[in-house]
Design a protein around this ligand. Structure first.
Ligand code: GDP
Ligand code: IMO
Ligand code: MG
Length: 423
């Protein structure tokens, strides 16, 4: 079985939590795009794991893989592995694999990301993890790959070849070019290469072999659909393809092998960074959602902007991903709000639209048309089955399911594993 999970909104839908929950059924869990711009929080008992790079499937003993379509900061990988080792979780080369073709995020990518962002008059609000600049180098064929990093000579040679253009780019943006060939930095990377040489693998081969042997593989998306570099709200997007089809291309597995595509959908919407968010709230309801939902970025600590559920954006996510089922998260956060609003269409330049306009500046002009649904009171975090939800909460789920036309299979009412049930 091959399942793809992606976020259906702007990221932080609760992907990490759902991947952790279902990963027991999977032999392999694979990250296929993005890098440590992602922040996935997994809560098990009293332990909370905040992960940026390592796929969230490791707790239930799946082997986890970092695919060639990702951009990988080896310092972050080392930090996460060390952090987990302190808690008694040993992620050696039997448990983690990194594709030989994975692009390495170098310190100059991080420097360039920060410099470029500070110069933009209209900001994107990147996570400053060097993601965009690492992807620029990937498509320009100027990247350092995992296969280079683990071989000292190859690494130094490749870095030397790339250094002049990196130094010039940093200089042009007013930064300090000496970081490119900094001795201590090079030394650190060489040591990381030595440390991770046994982790090298061929992800496409591993995944296809596993599927041939009737094993189960889960592709874990990062970010969210509307942050997709092609189909998202350009320019306010990340630099990778975040939608389900990208899992096949980035891992190297044919689309004919996909069995399920699971959407992670928050019961409202959030966004970190800049860009249009038609249903964004600036009132007490927005504040309540932000506080109750703990809507602060896992990676940057920034406040997440919050808004009511946006059906036009969700319909587009369904088209872009071809979802076969939905996990609806954070339903508990909407308690004690009355009414609960759902955006069913937009008004734009005197027209009513039930699907988002393709142009980002047009989306920014969209004014939501809402339907009001009755709210509910009380704490949902102790609910363990659908039948025990307040009637209005059940009606909200059924209403969304009906409008989306895709079945809601999981409902989540809190951050812990046990706070999720099948509908
Ligand atoms: P991801 O990036 O999609 O993996 O999501 P994040 O981990 O960045 O953000 C989701 C946050 O919501 C995390 O802090 C989770 O622990 C938390 N969370 C997940 N599901 C629920 C839920 O159903 N209810 C509540 N209250 N919190 C949840
Ligand atoms: P997870 O996997 C939410 C946003 C940034 C910024 C834009 C570009 O936790 O859902 P980048 O550093 O990628 O060049 O920034 O994308 N962004 C995310 N927003 N969740 C994420 O990941 C994100 N990763 C990037 O805030 O607006
Ligand atoms: Mg996140």
């Amino acid at each position: 079985m091959f399942t793809i999970i992606t976020g259906a909104q702007f990221g932080d839908e609760g992907k990490g939590k759902i991947v952790d929950l279902i990963s027991g059924e999977y032999d392999l869990v694979v990250r296929f795009q993005g890098g440590d711009n992602a922040g996935h929080t997994v809560k098990v008992g009293e332990d909370v794991y905040k992960l940026h790079l390592i796929p969230s499937g490791f707790l239930l003993n799946s082997r986890v893989l970092i695919g060639p379509g990702t951009v990988m900061n080896p310092e972050v990988l080392a930090k996460e592995i060390d952090m987990l080792a302190e808690g008694g979780i040993e992620l050696d080369a039997n448990r983690v694999g990194v594709d030989s073709k994975t692009s390495i995020i170098m310190p100059y990518h991080i420097e360039l990301d920060g410099l470029r962002e500070s110069m933009r008059t209209e900001k994107i609000g990147t996570t400053k993890r060097g993601i965009g600049f690492a992807y620029i180098d990937k498509v320009a064929r100027d990247e350092i790959r995992m296969g280079d990093l683990v071989n000292r000579e190859r690494f130094i040679k490749r870095l030397g070849e790339l250094a002049p253009s990196k130094e010039a780019a940093i200089k042009e943006l007013g930064g300090d070019p000496s970081i490119v060939m900094d001795e201590t930095l090079i030394d650190r990377y060489v040591k990381l290469g030595e440390r991770f040489s046994s982790y090298i693998t061929d992800v496409s081969y591993e995944v296809n072999r596993a599927l041939d042997e009737d094993k189960n593989v889960l592709a874990e998306g990062a970010q969210g659909t509307h942050l997709d570099v092609i189909h998202g709200t350009q320019k306010f997007v990340t630099s990778s393809c975040t939608i389900a089809g990208s899992a096949c291309a980035n891992i190297g597995v044919g689309p004919t092998r996909v069995d399920d595509v699971l959407a992670i959908v928050k019961a409202y919407i959030t966004r970190v960074g800049e860009g249009p968010l038609p249903t964004e709230l600036f009132d007490d309801a927005g504040k309540q959602i932000q506080e109750v939902g703990g809507e602060f970025g896992t990676t940057t600590g920034r406040s997440r902007r919050c808004g009511w559920f946006d059906l036009p954006l969700l319909k587009k996510a369904i088209y872009l991903n071809g979802y076969t089922s939905i996990a609806l998260t954070k339903l508990d956060v909407l308690s004690n709000l009355d009414p609960v609003k759902v955006c069913v269409a937009y008004e734009m330049d005197g027209n009513i639209l039930d699907y988002p306009p393709e142009d980002t500046s047009a989306l920014a002009r969209c004014v939501p048309v809402y339907e009001d649904l009755p709210g509910w009171e009380g704490d949902l975090t102790g609910v363990r089955e659908f039948a025990d939800l307040p009637q209005e909460a059940k009606d909200y789920v059924i209403y969304l399911e009906d409008k989306m036309g895709v079945s809601v299979d999981y409902i989540s009412v809190g951050p812990a594993r046990e706070q999720t049930f099948k509908k």
